[in-house]
Design a binder for this molecule. Structure first.
Ligand SMILES: Cc1ncc(COP(=O)(O)O)c(C=O)c1O
Length: 375
């Protein structure tokens, strides 16, 4: 077949499965905006801007100042001539935040996972990965050319059993700490114990860990293997970029080996400056207040839930699409998440709450979700 026929056939397959997707523009700063194509006013419950820092005045001002000082783009990779003082300053601030010796920036969280897993994975490594880990971890495992054993979800005993089969290989355990489609949390303390017993390296992806778990990790230099903490600048920190925080020996190795660090242009100075300003807020009393507000929103929708990602699992794909359409009619944008993003039969509405929502907006959502559940 020709390329055109092939592409048309692939697209038809996705359409026939009812899984065709296309982006919709939301003209917005913060949760309220106008949704294309008809400009309908909506409140979005779809963003990972958990603390509302994308549009915080000091974050925006820092980005403006960086643009004025260094221009729009970095012009080249960090190791060539793309490194600006703001990149290094942000790395120091991220390391201090995470309690590690050092941190290294990547263009995105996705690139950070690829970089860490390809650098530390390899044929002499057994990678143990939770079955619900993010796509960037799955792709990192594939690229690492290591054998990858998939562990049952949040099951440290299974991780233990899988590591017992590592033989002469070094073990590496990788997990989201807050799972992106379920909003539940990994048993980090148990995983630390299991890894310590096997001398395995623990890699934590803390992309969504705005409300914790905030693992009380050992000194980065203690023990043989240690921990690598991966994060993103694009969610809690309201900008764009990713990072890995760890002992200096590991971050230095990433700088020298990780292809998603070496062969890509450095983050824009404006993004790094925005994240730096956001991090100062996250670590201040204002940050505490924003997290308290977010926790209160979560309590309104699902008491006791550990994160701002709240799945409303309806199971059936069509019912989920209908639920999302009904909420949209009421001016609430909540995405329907379906296979292949989640397993068959677990289609869901994925609510993401933010401190930028008002209590009234969250109350209206909780009422609408309760009405959906009552059917
Ligand atoms: C758990 C997890 N890790 C990594 C990423 C990738 O981060 P980024 O958007 O910065 O590429 C995401 C989401 O985007 C995520 O949910």
């Amino acid at each position: 077949v020709s390329w055109r026929e092939w592409a048309d056939g692939e697209a038809a397959g996705i359409r026939d499965a009812g899984q065709w997707r296309a982006p919709r523009d939301l003209d917005a700063v913060g949760p309220e905006g106008k949704l294309a194509p008809d400009g309908r006013p909506v409140v979005s419950f779809a963003s990972n801007d958990y603390l509302g820092l994308t549009h915080h005045p000091s974050v925006v001002a820092a980005a403006h100042a960086a643009l004025d000082r260094w221009g729009a783009g970095s012009g080249s990779a960090r190791l060539i001539v793309g490194s600006r003082p703001v990149h290094s300053e942000l790395e120091r601030a991220l390391a201090a935040w995470k309690g590690t010796e050092r941190a290294v920036l990547f263009p995105t969280g996705f690139a950070a996972n690829l970089g860490v897993l390809t650098t530390f994975g390899g044929p002499d490594v057994l990678v143990v990965s939770d079955e619900l880990n993010h796509a960037s971890i799955i792709d990192g495992c594939r690229l690492a050319r290591a054998e990858c054993a998939v562990a049952r979800h949040v099951d440290p005993e299974h991780v233990d059993a899988l590591l017992a089969n590592a033989g002469s290989r070094r073990g590496l355990v990788v997990t989201d700490t807050v799972f992106s489609m379920d909003g539940d949390v990994a048993p980090v303390a148990d995983l630390l114990d299991v890894c310590a017993r096997h001398g395995a390296l623990l890699v934590l992806d803390e992309a969504h860990a705005v409300l914790g778990p905030d693992p009380d990790l050992p000194d980065p230099d203690a023990g043989d293997a240690g921990v690598i903490r991966i994060g993103t600048l694009s969610k809690t920190l309201g900008a764009l970029g990713g990072f890995a925080a760890a002992r200096g020996a590991y971050t230095d190795l990433l700088v020298n080996r990780a292809r998603s660090y070496i062969f890509t242009t450095a983050s824009t100075p404006a993004d790094s400056a925005a994240a730096l300003a956001a991090l100062a807020i996250v670590r201040s009393a204002e940050g505490d207040a924003l997290r308290d507000r977010l926790r209160a929103h979560v309590e309104q929708v699902r008491p006791g839930h550990p994160s701002p990602i709240i799945p409303v699992v309806l199971g059936d794909e069509r019912a989920t699409l209908a639920g999302a359409a009904e909420l949209l009619e009421q001016g609430m944008l909540v995405p329907a998440i379906r296979p292949p993003t989640v397993p068959d039969g677990t289609s869901r509405l994925r609510v993401a709450l933010s401190a930028a929502h008002s209590s009234e907006q969250v109350r209206a959502l909780a009422t609408a979700l309760a009405a959906l559940a009552d059917r």
